[in-house]
Design a protein around this ligand. Sequence first.
Ligand SMILES: NC(=O)c1ccc[n+]([C@@H]2O[C@H](COP(=O)([O-])OP(=O)(O)OC[C@H]3O[C@@H](n4cnc5c(N)ncnc54)[C@H](OP(=O)(O)O)[C@@H]3O)[C@@H](O)[C@H]2O)c1
Length: 295
Amino acid sequence: MKLSRYIFGTTRLGHADVSDERASEVARAAVAAGVWFHTSRQYDDALEILGGVYDEDRSSLPPTIYKIGGKDLEDVRNVIRQNLAPLKRTFMEVGQISPGGAIGQGLADGSVIAGFEKLREEGLVRRFVLEVFPWTSATVLTALRAGHLEGLIDAYIFYLNPLQRFAANALWDELAARRLPMIAMRTVAGGNVYRLRDVPGAAWKPYLVERARAIAPIFERSGVSEWSEFCMRFAHSIPGVLATVGSTSRTEGLAELLRQARNPEPLRDDTVEEIFALQRRWSDEVDVHGQPGSM
Ligand SMILES: NC(=O)c1ccc[n+]([C@@H]2O[C@H](COP(=O)([O-])OP(=O)(O)OC[C@H]3O[C@@H](n4cnc5c(N)ncnc54)[C@H](OP(=O)(O)O)[C@@H]3O)[C@@H](O)[C@H]2O)c1
């Protein structure tokens, strides 16, 4: 699957602190840059902002990954329609399947595979990626080991940045052993590491403050000066990572991410190994005990 190394995440377009004008401006700049987009009906009015920008020039719309979580296949079809309608688009380049509830069960036992294949045959969704969280990792691992995902899933998508690696250890090891493609989410882990560490309320959960404290010295020892560069290079140091998804409401922020993505040099092996060791511990001690929405 050919993606841009950096994918424009669209959550910030829908946030209340970002005016519609500013959101449209950054979305317009991301379209002009020619990168892939990642979006969802769950991101407030991000789809309406995008629909407005797309209407200005429909000649080159960005290929996009859409979240298509639903409680069953019928619900997934509704979600697909709800995502495409504001954009006046008729198909998705990529749908991001969420393996919660009945869909997760159906992936593990194989019973929903044909339903997703039908969506692809109809041309409604051209390719699928599978979302992973610590609390769905076991389900995904079962489905993977049973062989149900072969030919259906083109990549695994999850939070993957210096502070978070949301495929639990057993699944992470299996993805690596099988050399499966991955898409890393939350490029800068939600913001500058010092802000996350030092500004009360900047990190949305206390565990991220702890992790910022642990990662800051590794960042400093790496000799890299920009947090965004460190993060972009971290993502692209990981074998199998095709792209990283990051959001910004600022055209300067976008320009910075685009610059970092141009030719990201891998970080030194010892830097990556140090972060990997922390993430392996965090996975067992913290992540696998998390609940949906808790992290
Ligand atoms: N389950 C899912 O599928 C799921 C879950 C979470 C995220 N995502 C996807 O991943 C995307 C990114 O996630 P995210 O927004 O949570 O995390 P993120 O991209 O790591 O962080 C975005 C935050 O970092 C700030 N920022 C951006 N560039 C920066 C830079 N160069 N230096 C310092 N701060 C910077 C942004 O503020 P400014 O606006 O001020 O730049 C924003 O507050 C989302 O838009 C979404 O597409 C998907």
